[in-house]
Design a protein around this ligand. Structure first.
Ligand code: KG4
Ligand code: ZN
Length: 354
C-alpha cells in the first residue's frame, strides 16, 4: 500500500454506526473537518426509554448510504479522491456496527481504497485533534460516554494506557438512569442538564466514591443514593403525586446530582495528572458535552496549570469526524484492516481488531 507524500492532503472518509447515530464525515490531514453528517435516531428510541438494538440496525441500513453520499457531497469530493475509509469496528451494538462496517468494506472493495478499523473510544479521544490542531500526545484524556468512564493516557506514540475505569456504571449511564427515574426521558444526560438550569448544586448532597491506590470510578453508590433520596421524598409526599411535584425542586436535585458526577470525574483527573506529571489534559465522549463538567474541568486545569482541550459539543457525542481523525493516525502508520474485519461488540482500548 503506498502512502501519499507528506505535502499532499490526505482525505479520510469516516463512518460511524455503533449506537443510535448514523454518521459519515470527511476529514483532511486528520485535523480539518470537510463535512460531518449525523443522522440521529434518538427521537425514534425515546418512546422506548432507551436504544432498541433491532430498530437501530434497521435505521442504520436505511440511512448509511445517503449519509455517506451527503458527507462526500458536502465535502465537495468524490469517492475516488478519498485516500482511505475509516470505520468504527467496535465496541458497540453488534448489529448496528455491522451496518457501517459492511458499507465501509463494500466501498473499500469497489474502490480499492484501504480500510481502517477504528476503536470507538479511540475515535472519541481523537475528537480532540480536531478541536485543537496543536494537540499532540502525550496527554491525559477523560473519556465519559454512555458505555465508558475511562482515564486514558495517550502516550507519545499515540498508543493508549488505561489508568482508571468504572467498576460499575459509566457516567452517562448514571445520568440516563436518574433521568429515567425522574421521568425526564431519553437520552437522559442532556435532558437532566436542561432540567438543572437555575438549580443550586449544593442543595442535595450525594456521596462521591474514591478508591485508595486506584484511579477507578464507581457511580453505583451515587446512583443508589439519588434513587433513595427520590423515593424518600416521594414517600414523604404520600400518595399525592401533585404534592410531590409541588414540593420537589427538580432543578436543585438535578444540579446537585450533575455536580457530584462532574466533581468525581474532575478530582480523578486531577489525581491522574498529578500522579503522571502530564501537562496536557483533554476530555471526550457524550458526557463531555455537560456544561457543569466542562466548567469544573476548566477550573481544575487553571488551578493545576494544565493545558486543557475540550471538543465542541457536536464532537463530544457520536460522530464520524472523530472516527476519520483517529483513522488518519492509522493511515500514516500503515495500519490497515483486511476484508475479513469483523465487528467486535466489546473490545479493550489497548487491544487490536486483528
Ligand atoms: O458518546 P456518546 O454519544 O455515545 C456513546 O458512545 O455512549 O454518549 C452518550 C451518553 C449518554 O449517556 C448521554 O446521556 C450522555 O452521553 N450525554 C450527556 C450529555 N449529552 C450526552 N450527559 C450529560 N450531559 C450532557 N449534556
Ligand atoms: Zn460514543
Amino acid at each position: 500500500m503506498t502512502v501519499k507524500p507528506e505535502n499532499r492532503e490526505i482525505l479520510i472518509l469516516g463512518i460511524e454506526s455503533s449506537c443510535d447515530e448514523t454518521a459519515a464525515a470527511v476529514v483532511a490531514n486528520g485535523r480539518v473537518i470537510r463535512s460531518n453528517v449525523i443522522a440521529s435516531q434518538a427521537d425514534l428510541h425515546s418512546r422506548y426509554g432507551g436504544v432498541v438494538p433491532e430498530i437501530a440496525s434497521r435505521q442504520h441500513v436505511g440511512a448509511v448510504l445517503p449519509v455517506i453520499d451527503q458527507a462526500l457531497s458536502e465535502a465537495g469530493v468524490s469517492l475516488a479522491e478519498i485516500d482511505a475509509i475509516a470505520v468504527t469496528a467496535g465496541p458497540g451494538l453488534a448489529g448496528a456496527l455491522l451496518v457501517g462496517l459492511s458499507a465501509a468494506k463494500g466501498l473499500a472493495e469497489v474502490t480499492g481504497k484501504p480500510l481502517i478499523a477504528v476503536h470507538h473510544i479511540a475515535g472519541h479521544i481523537a475528537a480532540n485533534y480536531l478541536a485543537n490542531v496543536e494537540l499532540d500526545p502525550p496527554f491525559l484524556c477523560l473519556v465519559v460516554s454512555g458505555g465508558h468512564s475511562h482515564l486514558v493516557m495517550v502516550k507519545e506514540d499515540g498508543s493508549f494506557q488505561t489508568l482508571g475505569r468504572t467498576r460499575d456504571d459509566a457516567a452517562g449511564e448514571a445520568f440516563d438512569k436518574i433521568a429515567r427515574a425522574l421521568g425526564l426521558g431519553y437520552p437522559g444526560g442532556p435532558l437532566l442538564e436542561k432540567a438543572s438550569a437555575g438549580g443550586h448544586s449544593d442543595a442535595f448532597s450525594f456521596p462521591q466514591t474514591r478508591f485508595q491506590d486506584s484511579l477507578d470510578f464507581s457511580f453505583s453508590g451515587l446512583k443508589t443514593a439519588a434513587l433513595n433520596q427520590l423515593n424518600q421524598l416521594r414517600q414523604q409526599a404520600g400518595s399525592d403525586g401533585v404534592n410531590f411535584a409541588e414540593n420537589f425542586n427538580l432543578a436543585d436535585f438535578t444540579a446537585s446530582f450533575q455536580q457530584a458526577i462532574a466533581d468525581t470525574l474532575v478530582e480523578h483527573t486531577r489525581a491522574a495528572a498529578r500522579e503522571t506529571g502530564v501537562r496536557r489534559v483533554a476530555i471526550a465522549g457524550g458526557v463531555a458535552a455537560n456544561k457543569a463538567l466542562r466548567n469544573a474541568m476548566g477550573a481544575m486545569a487553571a488551578e493545576e496549570g494544565l493545558e486543557l482541550t475540550i471538543p465542541p459539543l457536536i464532537l463530544c457525542t457520536d460522530n464520524a469526524a472523530m472516527i476519520a481523525a483517529a483513522g488518519h493516525r492509522d493511515f500514516l502508520a500503515g495500519r490497515f484492516a483486511d476484508r475479513s474485519l469483523n465487528a467486535r461488540s466489546s473490545l479493550d482500548l489497548e487491544e487490536t481488531f486483528a
